[in-house]
Design a protein around this ligand. Structure first.
Ligand code: AMP
Length: 189
């Protein structure tokens, strides 16, 4: 099974992805984590994207599509992929569909974590204090939320049209969100 965890920054995608990795032997493909790793290693890519990410803007589609493409072969013999923070634009969603098709795979389910903006802000403020992630500062977070609403939210209609969208209340406790995701995956299986 291959699924997309979909939702704004701070919705809990990473937390839920990690649980699915542990319980189902799935592979988390987080473009944000891959980009942060390239910044940490001071690679050319890292140097190219560092400022963009710090400001909370989206990195170019070809960069993230390339990162995902390089990782698809890792899925062989696993429980499938959890796409976390990817796709974020329509061009990325279309590229993902093409890449998966070429690899004989498909997206089975898109889990949308719904959380209201005020709750997101509170969560991100807490995360900024705890982990000091540069793009969790209030100004960059506002830019990230705007990018989500402008470029990413329209993907809801894209996946709804494919009949793959499942909505989950991301405001609930972590365990309750996890249970709702499990139920949605059972229904999609
Ligand atoms: P995340 O960890 O998913 O919140 O991503 C952190 C930052 O990495 C985002 O604010 C973007 O700057 C960049 N990023 C991660 N994934 C993507 C993507 N699929 N498309 C464009 N930019 C991305």
């Amino acid at each position: 099974m291959n699924l997309i965890l979909f939702g704004p920054p701070g919705a809990g995608k990473g937390t839920q992805a990690k649980r699915l990795v542990e319980n189902r032997g799935m592979v988390q493909l987080s473009t944000g984590d891959m980009l942060r790793a390239s910044i940490a290693s001071r690679s050319d890519l890292g140097l190219r994207v560092e400022g963009i990410m710090k400001r909370g803007e989206l990195v170019p589609d070809d960069v993230v599509v390339g990162l995902i493409k390089d990782r698809l072969a890792d899925l062989d013999g696993t429980g499938g992929a959890i796409f976390d923070g990817f796709p974020r634009t329509l061009a990325q969603a279309e590229a993902l569909d093409h890449m998966l098709k070429a690899a004989g795979r498909r997206i089975d389910s898109v889990i949308r974590l719904k959380v209201d903006d005020a709750a997101l802000l509170t969560r991100i403020e807490g995360r900024f204090k705890e982990f000091n992630r540069p793009d969790d500062n209030p100004k960059s977070f506002k830019t990230r939320l705007m990018a989500y609403n402008r470029d990413t939210a329209p993907l809801v209609a894209y996946y709804e049209a494919q009949g793959k969208l499942c909505e989950v209340d991301g405001m609930a406790e972590i365990a309750a969100v996890a249970a709702d995701i499990d139920a949605a995956l059972l229904a999609a299986a």
